[in-house]
Design a protein around this ligand. Sequence first.
Ligand code: CA2
Length: 146
Amino acid sequence: MDKRVYVINGPNLNLLGVRQPEVYGPETLADVEKQCVDLGSDINLDVRFLQSSHEGAIVDWIHEAREDAVGIIINPAAYSHTSVAILDALNTFDGPVIEVHISNIHKREEFRHHSFVSSRADGVIAGCGTQGYMLAMQRIDRLVRS
Ligand code: CA2
């Protein structure tokens, strides 16, 4: 049976490809989901792809992942910069966590330079566009094999 990976997306990422393509690119979140699922089937990872604009929903999915997933890929979006609750939830998860940002948060406003989640993440990918999700999948694959 394939190992399960949760790909969790935070607030407003449902608008990917619909608004601000100059910042976040032309692909929709459904496009990114398909790419993750397709890559997952090549490398034997079963993808559960999720998005919510509600902090508590994201915390609940991280708790579910404790029983259900070998790894978590998370783009916490704006909650990266504010959420101790998401950090605390990730700290209860034993497997690898890769944090993804589509844009390079370090090239943007100063308030985006700090992410609470980064202190738990095993890897952080920023500024690689939506390709960052594919890179994160490959990294999770490597980490769960070793
Ligand atoms: O670069 C990223 O992936 C971010 O996590 C995206 C967040 C932002 O708050 C972070 O600082 C960096 C924003 C997500 C909003 O997504 C939108 C997508 C399309 C149109 C409008 C918003």
